[in-house]
Design a protein around this ligand. Structure first.
Ligand code: NAP
Length: 288
């Protein structure tokens, strides 16, 4: 039986690790807040460990999904971190949305220890994780990706190697830049529609079938019109992700005028207490 560890049982990691166990892998989890690891163990079986190093020990694959760069550093490089327990030849797959710079750094450290690393941020949100239908964009080596792909299939409907270490994170930055623009477009459009007195249901059923259609339109129109935002992908996470993209853009020279403007709108939402609101809460700025 292939031994697998999963570090970080948050909104995303909890169901992802569950899918791995259900797919027949022998999964050992670690979570900083132990109660969540115990709850996972009760729900799915498998086992849980006291440190990331203990969870990683003896595994063929280690998956990780924590918050930001600093969190990844702590769980990977700490005294009781993943690298401290991971065997040679073992593969670490990091699903955290983090910087490309960190991915390259961890790739170098892994290689120096005869281990392997892939950066592997995901798209598809909480529902994608729960339904085992995530999209994964990866950076690293083809041979290592080929080994990981069938394992990730437990929770991913599509995975793509984008290039060398860091490329998965770069693709995720593009993903978030797209989302910022699309959601602001929807916020303005739906606010316009309300002011114009249009029937929202008839409107979306019609225009979603044409060139204006998008995942965000189909999955968020009801709650945007209703003014409900207490779910989904948090504004705090989005601002973290856009910050990563802005840092990268400073290095590669890409201009991001619209994304910067939308980031400022998200800052306003945070200042009004919407830190955990879904990204579609951009429309709340028009509903004051
Ligand atoms: P979350 O619910 O806040 O969970 C974060 C997890 O990381 C928790 O298990 C937390 O442990 C653990 N953690 C954080 N910092 C840690 C540290 N320093 N040491 C040890 N453990 C630490 O977050 P999430 O929604 O699952 O998101 C995880 C990652 O996926 C983020 O990078 C996010 O941007 C990305 N992502 C999220 C979504 C989404 O829709 N939620 C979609 C795509 C990508 P505790 O339980 O102890 O707090």
């Amino acid at each position: 039986m292939t031994k697998v560890a999963f570090i970080g049982l948050g909104v995303m990691g909890y169901p992802m690790a569950g899918h791995l166990q259900k797919a027949g892998f022998d999964v050992c989890v670690y979570n900083r807040t132990k109660a969540k690891a115990q709850q996972w163990h009760q729900e799915f079986g498998g086992s849980y460990a006291a440190t990331p190093a203990q969870a990683a020990n003896g595994c063929d694959f280690v998956f990780c999904c924590v918050g930001n760069d600093d969190d990844v550093r702590q769980v990977v490089l700490g005294d009781n971190g993943i690298f401290a327990g991971m065997n040679e030849k073992c593969i670490l797959v990091d699903h955290t949305t983090a910087s490309a710079e960190l991915a390259r750094e961890l790739d170098v450290i892994a290689k120096s220890q005869n281990k392997h690393f892939l950066d592997a941020p995901v798209s598809g949100g909480q529902a994608g994780a729960e339904n085992g239908a995530l999209t994964v964009m990866l950076g690293g080596e083809q041979e290592i990706f080929d080994k990981v792909k069938p394992v990730m299939a437990a929770f991913a409907k599509f995975s793509q190697l984008m290039g060398a270490a860091g490329s998965g994170q770069l693709a995720k930055m593009v993903n978030q830049i797209c989302i910022a623009g699309v959601v602001q477009g929807l916020a303005e459009a739906f606010n316009f529609a309300e002011k114009a007195g249009l029937d929202s249901e008839a409107l979306v059923q019609t225009i979603s079938k044409g060139a204006a259609g998008s995942w965000q339109m189909e999955n968020r129109y009801k709650t945007m019109f209703a003014g409900e935002y207490d779910f989904g992908f948090a504004v705090d996470w989005m601002r973290k992700d856009l910050g990563i993209a802005f840092n990268e853009a400073e290095k590669n020279g890409a201009d991001l005028p619209m994304t910067k403007m939308v980031d400022g709108f998200y800052q306003e939402i945070q200042e009004n207490g919407g830190n955990r609101w879904d990204t579609s809460s951009l429309i709340s700025r028009f509903k004051k």
